[in-house]
Design a protein around this ligand. Sequence first.
Ligand code: SF4
Ligand code: ZN
Length: 316
Amino acid sequence: MNNIKTICTKCKKKPAVFFRKYSGEKLCKKCFLVSVENRIKSTISRFKMFKEDDRIAVGVSGGKDSVVLLYALNKIEEKFPKSELIAITIDEGIKGYREGSLKIARKISRLLAIEHVVFSFKDFFDYTLDQIVEKTLNSDLKLAPCTFCGVLRRKALNLAAREVHADKLAMAHNLDDESQTILINLLRGDVERLARLEPAQFFVHPKFVPRVKPLLEVPENEVTFYAYLRELDFFSNPCPYAQYALRGDIKDFLNKMEEKRPGTKFTILNTHLKLLPILKQAFRKKISLRECKICGEPTPHEICKACELLQKLKRL
Ligand code: SF4
Ligand code: ZN
C-alpha cells in the first residue's frame, strides 16, 4: 500500500498494509493474516472437507501455495489433536527445477515437525518427465509436457496418498488456479471435466483418496502476501516447460479482467459452484469411477488417462 497512514478498516487501530480491491477492505498485518486463516477455515467447513480424526496428506511442491497450505493447516489442525498431517511431494524428474523446490518442501516440513515423503514419476511410471519430453518432442505425438505432467501427477498423488494411508488429500489450488481451470475447460468445451471439478471430491471408490482444496477461496496474491508476512521460504523459479502451457494466456487474461472488474475470479468460481449440481446430475454416469482395465486404478474411463498416455509413449 502506498499510503501507510491508512488505518485498518477492521481493527481501526493499526496502519493498513494490504488493500483488498474486491471487498474494499484495507487491512493491517494481523487482520490480514487472521482473515486469510479464517477464509481457509470457512472453506473447510463450507465444503465439509475434514473430519476431526482425519489423516491428511498435503501435496507439497515447495511453491508458495503448498507451503502456505501446509503452514495454515498445521495451525488450524492444532485444535484437532486427533487429526494428523503428512506432507507428500511428487518428484516429476525435471532437472534443474525440482531439486530446489524439494529442498524447500523438506525445510518447511522439518520446521513444522511434519513427516515428509517423496515419491517419483520414475518409480511409479518408469519415466522421468524429462525422459518423456525427450521422447515426445521430435515425435508425431503433439502433446505438451504439462499434459503428461498433469495427468501423471494426478495419478501419482492418489497412489502416494494411499501409500501413506491418508483419509484425505489436500491440494494447494488457490482461487486463481481454480478460476483458470474453469475457463480452460470452457474454452476446450470439456463439460465432463467441469462436472468433475469440485472443491471437495468425495467420489465413492475404495481406491480413491478424497481430494480437497482448502485454499480455493484465497486469491493468489493473498497467498503470496501471507507467505511474505509469515516469512515463509518458497520456491519461485518457473518450470522450464511452463512456456508450453495454455494456462499462462488464461492467467494473463483473468488478471487483466480482475484489475478492471475486481471480483471476477470469485464470480467465475461461484458461477461454476451454482452450475455444479446440474452438471453432476447430467454427467453422473460418465463421472462415476470404475477400475482401469490396465492398472486397476480408479478412473471414469475404461482405461485411465495415465495408462492411455503411457501406452502412446511406449509406441514411440
Ligand atoms: Fe508440470 Fe507443466 Fe507444471 Fe512444469 S509447468 S511442473 S511441466 S504442469
Ligand atoms: Zn490405468
